[in-house]
Design a protein around this ligand. Structure first.
Ligand SMILES: Nc1ncnc2c1ncn2[C@@H]1O[C@H](COP(=O)(O)OP(=O)(O)OP(=O)(O)O)[C@@H](O)[C@H]1O
Ligand SMILES: [Mg+2]
Length: 607
């Protein structure tokens, strides 16, 4: 038995076998781990909720990249685990760590700087953010963490697209960091567009390219698009792009350059348009009576004294219209009861009527001043309305405020935007027809005042007809036509400095935004100066396409308004190439970095 005090070979085997048996039998590779790219690691004191370190053998590092979507199968219950399955996304790495030695070990540093080759074996490491726990096909917010030493698998293209939820009928571009995954939005569902969109980025970032490409697809999907084009750069969208780089990019994606169909350009009465003669176009004019007196006062920037006088003449105008038998007629009595002065203007009130009334009041209170009446019916009815003028004039003696008000109304009148021709009012019902693209070319207006009045009018007018069209479609069990209004240079309309002074106008926009969600009216704000957009406006927006933004203060403000974008994506924002964007929408599982599609149609240069 004894062999120099050592066990014999057969005895040795017996002892080892016993040891193996005591420890649970022969080791077998866990079938759950087969084909795994990596394994989860233990946590460290600086580990964060929702973030997991995953280690990869050297030969698997190439299989996983930034933004890869992975499945983590926590160890099975048989192996003392909980058997939960998690989905996650790589948010940092892949990093390379040497095996068995620290990366900053002196020997590694000194050999490297001296040009000698000392390359220990190494492994890969990625940081995975948990997207959720898989619970019968649905992904739920995770309550636990995958256990250490759980296998990690990279999902294939199709599964990845499913997890990211990039499906939809309108394609934005290709996800960067994935192999040809198209990022789409469901433009036929209420989840994205009617919850409003912001397309933001510095000049030259790619906003107009994105916008025009979207309009092309909206048109094909039967959406009615209305675009406020302050520079006229979209007025040639009915033609194919001529830009060499766009053509090259398009051919890579198998798309032929083409113009957008069913385009009509509208431009202010008496102004120029940048559209070609071959492009369908028509002049338009606004009805002052479409504009809420409060919104009008905001846009005019009336002082308190001017505002109270403005409301007085507005009220007097209503009475005068009634006195002279113009409005309401007997049949229209009920209409008047429904009138909401915060929503729209009073029927038949024109800017020139208000100017006449203000002029007559001034005539009343200032000695030697004579007002030349513009409107025939006022001239003829001067006696009949004298008492109305007297009531307004009574108790006001400040000529200055009246003159100032008259000056501002006169300034607005000189824009010639109002009440010019009966047949030139914006044909709102045409604008909300399926597949129409209406471009409002304001390039010749030279005036933010005019642009803002047009936008306020359009928003209000379109909302009104869309509500009716929506109700009508529902009543007939038809699917309503989606409508999108795109506002270029949105910061000029809703700027931070002005919003405090324009609370009525903003309230109106906010109301339209809220109601638009239910009645399929989406607003899209485009701006190169997001710093001028107030938080209130950002608060209305649920989807963002963020092209390059290099102003750090703007980025930190956007961070507060847009949730779910991880730090590593924010860090990329200042360095994005032209056409790249961070896209965050309610339909996507998480915000993605996207190479936006090139545009098939022609854009004009802005000088
Ligand atoms: N999706 C894209 N793919 C490739 N290149 C693009 C893309 N979008 C834009 N570009 C390039 O960037 C240029 C500027 O794009 P675009 O006019 O759309 O920017 P913008 O943000 O609208 O600028 P601005 O603020 O001056 O109006 C284009 O002429 C084109 O060369
Ligand atoms: Mg542009």
């Amino acid at each position: 038995m004894e062999n120099n005090g050592q066990p014999r070979q057969s005895e040795l085997h017996e002892i080892i076998d016993k040891e193996i048996l005591n420890n649970g039998g022969e080791w077998a590779s866990d079938p759950n781990c087969e084909g795994a790219t990596g394994m989860t690691m233990f946590d460290l004191p600086n580990s964060q909720d929702n973030l997991i370190s995953v280690l990869l053998p050297m030969n698997k590092i190439k299989d996983i990249g930034a933004h890869s979507i992975v499945e983590i199968r926590s160890r099975s219950t048989a192996n003392g685990g909980d058997g939960k399955i998690y989905r996650g996304i790589v948010v940092a790495g892949p990093f390379h760590d040497p095996d068995g030695i620290r990366a900053d070990a002196p020997i590694l540093i000194s050999t490297t700087i001296n040009g000698a080759i000392f390359l220990p074996n190494f492994h890969g490491r990625v940081l995975v953010e948990l997207l959720g726990e898989l619970n019968e096909d649905a992904i739920m917010p995770p309550r636990f963490r995958p256990l250490p030493n759980s296998p990690v698998f990279v999902l294939d293209k199709e599964e990845t697209a499913n997890v990211l939820n990039v499906q939809g009928n309108v394609s934005l571009g290709q996800a960067i960091g994935h192999d040809s995954i198209d990022v789409c939005i469901p433009a036929d569902k209420k989840v994205v567009l009617p919850r409003h969109t912001g397309i933001l980025g510095t000049t030259g970032g790619g906003k107009s390219t994105t916008v025009s490409g979207l309009i092309d697809q909206f048109q094909k999907e039967g959406i009615a698009t209305i675009l406020i084009d302050t520079e006229g750069e979209y007025t040639h969208m009915d033609k194919a792009t001529e830009a060499g780089n766009m053509k090259k990019l398009l051919s890579k994606r198998g798309i032929d350059p083409h113009g957008i169909e069913n385009i009509k350009v509208y431009y202010p009465f008496g102004r120029e348009t940048r559209a070609d003669e071959s492009t369908p176009s028509s002049e338009f004019n606004l009805k002052f009576s479409n504009l809420s007196p409060y919104a009008a006062a905001d846009i005019l920037g009336l002082t308190e004294a001017q505002f109270s006088r403005f409301i007085k003449i507005y009220d007097a105008a209503k009475l005068i219209l009634r006195d002279l038998g113009i409005y309401p007629t007997r049949q229209q009595q009920n209409e008047v009861l429904d009138y909401d002065e915060f929503e729209s203007g009073y029927p038949h009130i024109t800017l020139s009527l208000l100017i006449d009334i203000a002029g007559l009041v001034l005539e009343k209170i200032s000695v030697g001043f004579e007002w030349h009446v513009h409107n025939n019916f006022i001239r003829q009815g001067k006696q009949a309305i004298a008492k109305r003028i007297e009531v307004v004039a009574k108790g006001t003696d400040s000529e200055t405020s009246w003159k100032a008000l008259l000056g501002k109304l006169g300034q607005l009148n000189r824009t010639k935007m109002f009440d010019r021709q009966d047949d030139a009012d914006i044909p709102y019902t045409e604008l909300v027809k399926a597949g129409t693209v209406s471009i409002f070319d304001l390039s010749d207006s030279d005036s933010t005042l005019v642009n803002n009045i047009v936008i306020a009018n359009l928003l209000r007018g379109v909302q009104q007809v869309q509500e009716a069209a929506y109700e009508d479609a529902i009543a007939k069990s038809k699917s309503p036509t989606p409508v999108v209004i795109i506002i270029e240079e949105a910061h000029e309309f809703l700027s931070k400095e002005r919003i405090n002074k324009m609370s009525n106008l903003f309230e109106q926009v906010a109301r339209i935004a809220r109601r638009g969600r239910k009645r399929w009216l989406g607003l899209m704000f485009v701006t190169q100066l997001p710093q001028h957009l107030p938080d209130e406006v950002l608060g209305l927006i649920n989807s963002f396409v963020l092209h390059k933004i290099n102003d750090a203060t703007v980025v930190s403000r956007l961070k507060r308004s847009i949730g779910g974008v991880e730090e590593s994506l924010w860090n990329k924002l200042p360095n994005l190439a032209q056409g790249q964007a961070i896209v965050s929408t309610p339909s996507l599982t998480r915000p993605l970095l996207v190479a936006m599609h090139p545009t098939p149609c022609k854009l004009l240069m802005v000088d």
